[in-house]
Ligand binder design. Sequence first.
Ligand code: NAD
Ligand code: ZN
Length: 354
Amino acid sequence: MQIHGGAHRGPVLVAANLFDQFGEYARKYLPRRNCAIISDSNVAPLFADGIEESLTAAGFRPILITIPPGEKSKTLKQAGAICDQMIAAGLDRHSFIIGLGGGMIGDISGFVAAIYHRGIPHVQIPTTLLAMVDSSIGGKTGVDTRAGKNLIGVFHQAALVIDDVDVLKTLPRREFNQGFAEIIKHAVIADAKMFRILQSWKAGGAPALQRLIKRNIEIKSRIVAKDERDRTGQRALLNFGHTVGHAIERAGNYRKFLHGEAVSLGIVAACAISVKTAGLRPDQRAAIVDLLGQFGLPTRLPSNFPRKKILDAVNFDKKFEGGKIRFVVTPRIGAAYVANTVTLDDICEAVEAL
Ligand SMILES: NC(=O)c1ccc[n+]([C@@H]2O[C@H](COP(=O)([O-])OP(=O)(O)OC[C@H]3O[C@@H](n4cnc5c(N)ncnc54)[C@H](O)[C@@H]3O)[C@@H](O)[C@H]2O)c1
Ligand SMILES: [Zn+2]
């Protein structure tokens, strides 16, 4: 099954059991021989062998580059080390890169693909739910610095994305659940029908999960297509729940909460602000909070969590102009807009209530 989603340059394939045929797909879309598979040391032992075999059988010459797992690997230094290994292996501008892993690997492998020999094709094989529905779509690549996340990066659309839902079987439950924060975000900002589907969601069935992943890819790529370079404000809708979410991640030193968990709390805060400033009905707010809880996502901060640190982080992250901030609100489930009337006081109130 293929989706030619909006801004996506290359196709996205979503199915089960795709890896055996991976080499065939790659041959169809990438008329090149040499490639680097970039993965982390959790994911590589699980899937890299199968991918390498399939590529070799299809006439490719892959090399595997494995880096340590976790956000701490998403650095310029690590990107440089990957480039050095690729140069040493003789990969030139006619080669390509396969990122095999979650969003961390997607971001750094895409960044290396964007700069290696001034840009070579990037193939994404996302192995987390979050990477399938969010980070592998839209062409944002990059690395972190000590000052903050994703401060250095390049837009570089993937040439091909392969989502094999079978890989999610080995994903720890908490990592799986955090993907639903972005899925619920997509439903709230753009798709009331998907919201209702999620309300009666039953775990299990791969076909239902595939449909859900496809729908999310469509939503994200449709929004990205309107504003690929994040300039006109359309793409900013995807930041729903992220102003407070990012601040919570930062306040927890990126250890206390996973990204999706922090976004879940950020969505709860954004809903409170939407009730106050955008006319969101309180029963819809309650339905959104319930849905986040249904997927095991946090909707309340621990009582001893330092709220002040969150507000400091909001201030660090965002420019307030005349006491106001650009903030994504939802007037009703299935719609969102960027408001410029939200104040720091509104955010304080929502964070205090979390
Ligand atoms: N480019 C974008 O548009 C965009 C959007 C959202 C997030 N991101 C980035 O994505 C990253 C977060 O992505 P993530 O949540 O996927 O984290 P991740 O890539 O760090 O993966 C989470 C953990 O799961 C492990 N893992 C991955 N797949 C597995 C599998 N199938 N089985 C068992 N373990 C597996 C990884 O080794 C890691 O320990 C952040 O760096 C964030 O900035 C980018
Ligand atoms: Zn996010």
